[in-house]
Design a protein around this ligand. Sequence first.
Ligand SMILES: Nc1nc2c(ncn2[C@@H]2O[C@H](COP(=O)(O)OP(=O)(O)OP(=O)(O)O)[C@@H](O)[C@H]2O)c(=O)[nH]1
Length: 323
Amino acid sequence: MIQSFIITGFLGVGKTTMLTNTVKKYFKNKKIAIVVNEFGDIGVDSKILTNVHSEVLEISEGCICCKLAQEFESGVSEIVNKYNPDIIFVETSGASEPFPIFLSLQNLGISIEGIICVVDAKNFDTYKENSTAKYQLGGSNIIILNKVDLVTPAELEEVKKEVIQIKEEYNIKNNLTGETVFNNYMIHYAEQGLVNKEVFEGVYQIDEVIGLAKDYKHLDHTGKDSITQKVAYLKENVRFNDIDQLLSALPKSIYRTKGIVKVTDVPNPIFINYSFGDASYEELPEYKEKSLLIFIGESIADDVKLLSQKFPFLILPQFSINK
Ligand SMILES: Nc1nc2c(ncn2[C@@H]2O[C@H](COP(=O)(O)OP(=O)(O)OP(=O)(O)O)[C@@H](O)[C@H]2O)c(=O)[nH]1
């Protein structure tokens, strides 16, 4: 039977980092397929993941937990038929819930070994009130407190306490019996997503949930704390320092920025990964498309417009701007 893991967690917590690092470390001799659902319609993660793994299915232009169950199921079936993987990893977008994906995998007869929720130990305070983040914890059975390098032991303990509180409150319940579905869950700590191999050793296999969630109604992403993204393309004469200054000037409402840019003073294209004030850069061997940045946050349309006035090298697409 094909095994699968679902990786969930809020925007920028380290899901892709975990996937890349753990798959490289622990699953070298297995046939791995990765399904990644990007937030919004321009996939940066899949470009990065494709550099590392061969079988990557990108599902974008929507959210697999809301609208794309069918596309997800047919994509996974295709991967199974073509490639016959030992293990499938599904990385959900930071704005989606894991439970509907769990149901889709069950529909396909795939064994779900674990639903992993990655938590950003440093920035948990910033996003813990977001309802999607709470449901992500509620719908998981493995919780990984990541970025431990950025917090003190006391701060980590505090985050752990809060995580347990939310987990207890939002733990998914069986509609018929009212009992919690994931009674046993584990909390692990990680830096760069690296956890002990035991986390992946199938001790959590979940098979008792079939059927209970027919009526499962999940959160409306268009609600008040819903997250939006705005894309900006970049002019060609940009220098690395311009990007650096732009990232330093981002308002608080924009807590996630990703993109791939070509600058005049660095030979290779650069993958930019910014979350909650911290930026990291990685040079890519090649990138033939236009330089772009994706800004993600809550109600950010006006902020992005202001940014493009302050940094005229940003070109906003002309179509309508929604809040
Ligand atoms: N210091 C530190 N940085 C980390 C750690 N894990 C991830 N990061 C950084 O956090 C940023 C976001 O990591 P990603 O793996 O892209 O996060 P993600 O959850 O896949 O993001 P989305 O797909 O946008 O939701 C990157 O700049 C990573 O380098 C960690 O343990 N410590």
